[in-house]
Design a protein around this ligand. Structure first.
Ligand SMILES: CSC[C@H]1O[C@H](OP(=O)(O)O)[C@H](O)[C@@H]1O
Length: 369
């Protein structure tokens, strides 16, 4: 998407045809820095450190990581080792496992000498597919926004609330939750986004606000605890969030705090939508609260904050007393009963097994094998 007068994706194949470029999202919003990943270990470190983050993007990065590994050593042992290394980087987003299993299923039967070219072709296809899927999500979500626009006076603002970053930075391009917003804005609708800052890593304040600002979308950054108040006062027309894993029964795992937004939305009759590409559906699990592994990240993400001083220096400061214990759960699960609809590339679906199976029969067949 747009960064000033240039267009970027979140990940790309470099001119050399084999190394991988990515935006260092840890440096945003203060510095726009790109990096070149030249080994599968560098790809794994990029995922672990959240240099790249967002369910679809870590899947695409892992796919390219396997291609980098095959370029270095296309043996069976190397294939198994890189699959094991990459799948262990982050446990919650199912896109990571989906992409790695796709790659291994493709590569395993091939003679080693054919694996590198096949790996790069499939990794590139996964990235291109993500863009096309997100454009489909955008079109299907736009219909929801335009239905709301039709109930408002000419030019009256449509207010969307989102949590964390499910924007183009969380995918290869366009984003999931933001794709309908970008399309609505580009079509001239008066759309505004309440952006949850999303403690502790502040993906909303640092990434979603940065994205929307570069695209010219009106937005307001709010502390995480504000959404319920806004909904009580009729200031939110709909909530659209992303997700890291949706179960066969429609439970939604997403950034910590999403469940609380869903409860507030349910209590105030605000439509709560989740935007997702089909690789985010995990047909092998039903009960999200009990079956989805929730990543716990380091205490330093809670005890410290990083920001920019008035004279432009980047500083990290402690905000929690030394010695105070910390819990840092990265995700939570919103039960399907709190979800109004799932915005997918194949339409807006009810959050239930029958709707998901009907929309994606090929995925349910594969899960049954
Ligand atoms: C389009 S999926 C984005 C999803 O991923 C984020 O998690 P993280 O920033 O930790 O990778 C968050 O849960 C977003 O909703």
């Amino acid at each position: 998407m747009r960064v000033g007068d240039r267009h970027f994706r979140s990940i790309w194949l470099e001119q050399d045809g084999w190394s991988v470029g990515a935006i260092d999202q840890r440096r945003l919003p203060h510095d726009f820095v790109t990096v070149r990943l030249a080994t599968s270990d560098a790809a794994a470190d990029a995922i672990r450190s959240m240099l790249v983050r967002g369910a679809p993007l870590i899947g695409a990065t892992a796919a390219y990581g396997m291609a980098l590994a095959m370029r270095a050593d296309p043996s069976d042992a190397a294939l198994d080792e890189v699959h094991h290394t990459l799948i262990g980087t982050r446990p919650t987003a199912i896109n990571l496992r989906w992409a790695l299993d796709e790659m291994r299923t493709l590569l395993r039967p091939l003679p080693p000498q054919q694996r590198t070219a096949a790996a790069y072709a499939r990794a590139t296809a996964i990235a291109e597919e993500d863009i096309a899927i997100n454009q489909g999500i955008g079109r299907n979500g736009l219909e929801l926004i335009e239905k709301i626009a039709a109930t408002k006076k000419q030019g009256e603002r449509i207010n969307v609330l989102t949590h964390c970053n499910a924007g183009w930075l969380a995918t290869v391009d366009w984003g999931t939750a933001t794709a309908p917003v970008y399309l609505a804005h580009d079509r001239g609708h008066s759309i505004h986004v309440w952006v949850d800052e999303t403690r502790p890593r502040n993906q909303g304040a640092s990434l979603t606000a940065w994205e929307l600002g570069h695209h010219g979308v009106p937005h307001t950054v709010i502390p995480d605890n504000t959404g319920g108040h806004l909904m009580q006062h009729g200031m939110v027309d709909l909530v659209i969030v992303g997700t890291d894993r949706v179960t066969a029964d429609g439970d939604v795992c997403n950034k910590i705090g999403t469940y609380l937004k869903a409860l507030a939305a349910y209590d105030n009759g605000v439509p709560f939508y989740v935007a997702l590409p089909s690789p985010t559906i995990d047909f092998s699990v039903a009960d999200g609260v009990r079956e989805i592994p929730i990543e716990q990240r380091g205490a330093e993400e809670v005890t410290h904050m990083t920001g920019q001083t008035a004279d432009g220096r980047i500083e990290t400061v402690r905000i929690v007393p030394d010695g105070s214990p910390v819990a840092n759960y990265g995700f939570d699960v919103t039960p399907a009963r709190l979800v109004t609809g799932l915005i997918t590339e194949r339409g807006v679906l009810k959050p239930d097994r029958a709707a998901l199976a009907a929309a994606f029969p090929e995925r349910t067949a594969a899960a049954a094998e």
